[in-house]
Ligand binder design. Structure first.
Ligand SMILES: C[S@@+](CC[C@H](N)C(=O)[O-])C[C@H]1O[C@@H](n2cnc3c(N)ncnc32)[C@H](O)[C@@H]1O
Length: 357
């Protein structure tokens, strides 16, 4: 399905056993089996089984409508829950994940689909180059299922969990960017308060930042429970949600530059999709949902009007139609079985067909 490509991409890349392509180039990795191992180098998980229940799988398949002859780019492969359903429907799959550990688990799970699958360890902000290289004619669908997987949360050593002791890391790609410990121990108080407020919507953002800065002078933060405890003392315990949840979320979003990467990926999506191709984005955070909503709106309006203009002007970015005006949410039954789906919002847009009005 995926043809050999002459251009090497500077990232870990491999194709599955039995694949007829030359994607078995793995710069920086000696052999594919190493990539399959889920060891320390891969952001290891000490053999923890990969548990992640895909959110709104029925709805994703309904709107992306994968089938024979189609290629879907899953830009957040994770445990390959959605990807498996896409392949079962007969489509080919390009799978991306910036987390090498997720990718190695997904590779094992998708092994049986052979050369219908091409996988890359890549941030989805760079999906345009990879997508064009693997599938120059464009893809029929793009899936973005944002945030972290349950598996990443379950691995204490990744540092995402505020309930299990681990190093304050939180990087989805363990080879890139700053760790949460660096942010917490080195950023100034105003900046910390800003991210807690903007990304975590934490009402006590300034008090939390102040407390962190006073404590780190005595002893820098190194592990998750230490930070969770310091934050909880300021916020106080109320209800079932852990008091440090919003601060941890803000740190994770900062460390992984989640808003910037989402923006870059959305901007590149229209250039990757074929006419009639669809993009489906699942968000779990109001800021992300707002960004997706605004992006789809900005690409689906034939005209733009501003109060200072004498008349509306045609929109040079007009290239999509929104498939649903309102976000799709999980059915009560799914929320009962998979509480993670409670806050999920799915938005879908479709590329206009050439000549369509
Ligand atoms: C919610 S999980 C996806 C689960 C997947 N849909 C499934 O059914 O198993 C999100 C995954 O996306 C990855 N991810 C998040 N942000 C990313 C980015 N900017 N680029 C590439 N992968 C990303 C994470 O590492 C994680 O494995």
């Amino acid at each position: 399905m995926f043809l050999p490509t002459p251009t090497p991409v500077p990232s870990m890349t491999w194709c599955l056993p039995g694949c007829s392509t030359n994607l078995l180039t793995v710069p920086g990795l000696e052999t594919p089996p190493l990539a399959m191992r889920g060891d320390e180098r891969m952001g290891g998980d000490r053999g923890l089984p990969f548990e992640h229940v895909p959110v709104m799988p029925k709805e994703v398949i309904h709107y992306l409508d994968p089938g024979p002859g189609k290629t879907i780019l899953d830009s957040t492969l994770g445990g390959a829950g959605h990807a498996t359903k896409i392949l079962e429907a007969g489509a080919a799959l390009i799978g991306l994940d910036q987390d090498p550990n997720a990718l190695s688990h997904a590779a094992q799970r998708l092994e049986e689909y052979g050369d219908a699958v091409a996988l890359r360890q890549l941030n989805f902000s760079e999906m345009l180059a990879a997508g064009r290289e693997i599938c120059p004619e464009g893809v029929d669908g793009i899936l973005m299922d944002l945030g972290v997987s349950s598996h990443q949360l379950d691995c204490a050593e990744r540092g995402f969990s505020l309930r299990a002791q681990g190093p304050l890391d939180m990087r989805m790609n363990p080879d890139e960017g700053v760790t949460a410990a660096e942010v917490v121990n080195e950023w100034d108080e105003t900046e910390l308060a800003r991210i807690f407020w903007e990304l975590g919507e934490e009402r006590k953002s300034r008090a939390v930042a102040g407390s962190i800065v006073r404590r780190r002078v005595i002893k820098p933060f190194r592990d998750t429970l230490d930070l969770a405890d310091c934050v909880s003392r300021v916020i106080g315990r109320k209800g079932r949600i852990h008091p440090a949840t919003r601060v941890f979320q803000a740190l994770r979003m900062t460390v992984n530059r989640e808003m910037e990467c989402l923006e870059a990926a959305l901007e590149s999506a229209p250039a990757l999709l074929k006419p009639g191709g669809r993009i489906a984005v699942i968000t779990f955070h109001s800021l992300e949902d707002r960004m997706v909503k605004r992006f789809f709106k900005s690409r689906s309006q034939p005209e733009i009007d501003r109060p200072e203009w004498p008349a509306a002007r045609s929109n040079p970015d007009f290239c999509m139609n929104r498939v649903t005006r309102r976000p799709v949410v999980a059915e009560p039954d799914e929320v009962k079985k998979n509480p993670r789906s409670r806050s999920a919002k799915l938005r879908i847009a479709e590329m206009r067909k050439v000549g369509a009005s």
